[in-house]
Design a binder for this molecule. Structure first.
Ligand SMILES: [Zn+2]
Ligand SMILES: [Zn+2]
Ligand SMILES: [Zn+2]
Length: 138
């Protein structure tokens, strides 16, 4: 609870119950979540627009980032110091084909890509699909 409030405060956000609940869902689940996942978890308490607005605010403030996988758009917590000013990710995402969970591999950076002249990169998305350690162990 304390950690939630600190995170919100650190990103200059007022604490609301919806913000607290969305943030704690991300912290508990650990893997990337879609809007539908959050609706499934919190839909009894908040309507979809409220959840959508909360996600948008979190994105803008540098609390979560977008994760693209083959099923669409998900969101994951920013683990390092993202803020409203600086929101940058160049890590790799891993999607498990068995359990369907997508995770950030924060310490694995996307290798340098030499783009043809005339192209200026602004963000990178790299998704690796396979089997996660948990599924491999079963
Ligand atoms: Zn971020
Ligand atoms: Zn798995
Ligand atoms: Zn990520």
């Amino acid at each position: 609870m304390e950690q939630l409030r600190e995170t919100l405060k650190g990103h200059h956000l007022r604490t609301t119950t919806c913000r607290e609940d969305v943030l704690s869902t991300f912290m508990n689940r650990k893997n990337a979540l879609s809007h539908g996942d959050l609706e499934g978890a919190l839909g009894e308490n908040y309507d979809r627009v409220t959840i959508y607005r909360t996600l948008k605010t979190f994105l803008e403030k540098g609390i979560i980032h977008k994760v693209l996988d083959d099923e669409g758009l998900r969101y994951a917590l920013c683990s390092h110091q993202c803020s409203e000013e600086k929101h940058q990710h160049d890590h790799i995402h891993f999607k498990c084909n068995e359990c369907g969970k997508t995770n950030c591999l924060e310490n694995l950076h996307i290798p340098n890509v030499a783009l043809p002249t005339g192209y200026q990169p602004e963000s990178f998305n790299l998704l690796i699909q396979g089997k996660c350690p948990e599924c491999l162990a079963n």
